[in-house]
Design a protein around this ligand. Structure first.
Ligand SMILES: [Zn+2]
Length: 285
């Protein structure tokens, strides 16, 4: 075993397999039929060993891979004199055995690995950010947070001058902030344009410094773009709406610091079990 490295503490069952070269019961391991995209790491030392792309269904009862991450897995003759044992190249932990020439895949190789020797690290989705203001942020968030591909939403204040503003300051003093929603989304699942269309279709972008009963510049309609692509998209959509006869009040402004609002404003309608009074869906595109 390599020295000078802290390993994860193993349970008795993990030790039985990883240190004492035992075998878990077939079909009992948690990764046998596991199909998520990601990387399988050594349970003991966290070294990356296998990629989900190399996993295949062998129907043998253990996770099977036809390739390993370069240099991550060492092959050694098993003490039984027949099989080839596979161990983690970094820590020497027992993984299972490798079999050749069975014809399961084009690589003709099957790493038969104990689930208990592995931990799984899923692929983290790419994320992007968008910020929209369309009146009371409770209602803006209500619609945006329900979109598939939206990972999280936060209501807050942006576009003004005061640092760390409070709700009271935004409402009753002239901080210049808009009530806004920051959206973290997976661009592989939902595009900025889809989010921006929903923004325009869930408020009235023709109202100036108000949204329904809420009056004041903190209730203005505004897109806070983070890059030229977001800016171009917002301007394009505004152009489409103007061609349809809407007199659009929505401003398009480069994003500055977004200040998250007080906790009781977050997820307001979902926490209350109610629905917005001022934000309704209306098809416009
Ligand atoms: Zn290891």
């Amino acid at each position: 075993m390599a020295q000078n490295q802290t390993y994860n503490k193993l349970t008795a069952e993990e030790q039985r397999v990883i240190i004492d070269k035992g075998t878990e019961m077939p079909w009992q391991g948690i990764y046998t039929d596991h199909k998520e995209e990601g990387t399988y790491l050594c349970k003991q030392c966290d070294a990356p060993l296998y990629r989900s792309n190399d996993k295949f269904d062998s129907h043998c009862g253990w996770p099977s891979f036809d390739d390993e991450i370069d240099g991550a897995v060492k092959r050694v003759p098993d003490t039984d004199g027949r099989r080839t044992e596979i161990i983690c190249a970094n820590c020497g932990g027992h993984l299972g055995h490798v079999f050749l020439g069975e014809g399961f895949t084009a690589k003709n190789t099957r790493h038969c690995v104990n689930s208990i020797s592995l931990t799984f690290e899923p692929v983290q989705p790419n994320t992007a950010r968008a910020i929209f203001a369309s009146g009371c942020f409770w209602g803006t968030e209500y619609h945006l947070q329900k979109v598939a591909g939206v990972i999280s939403t936060t209501v807050g204040y942006t576009g003004g001058s005061k640092e760390n503003p409070t709700y009271k300051e935004v409402c009753y003093t002239n901080t210049g902030h808009a009530e806004a929603v920051e959206v973290i989304y997976d661009p592989a699942k939902v595009s900025y344009e889809e989010l921006a269309i929903l923004f325009f279709e869930t408020h009235d972008p023709t109202q100036v410094n108000r949204q329904g009963p809420d009056v004041g510049m903190q209730y203005r309609s505004e897109v806070f773009y983070r890059d030229d692509e977001q800016k171009d998209t917002a301007e394009k959509l505004i152009g489409i709406l103007e061609n349809k006869g809407y007199d659009i009040a929505t401003q398009v402004t480069e994003a500055t610091t977004f200040w998250p609002a007080e906790d009781y404003h977050q997820d307001y309608y979902d926490n209350q079990g109610s629905t917005p009074y001022c934000h309704f869906y209306q098809k416009k595109f």
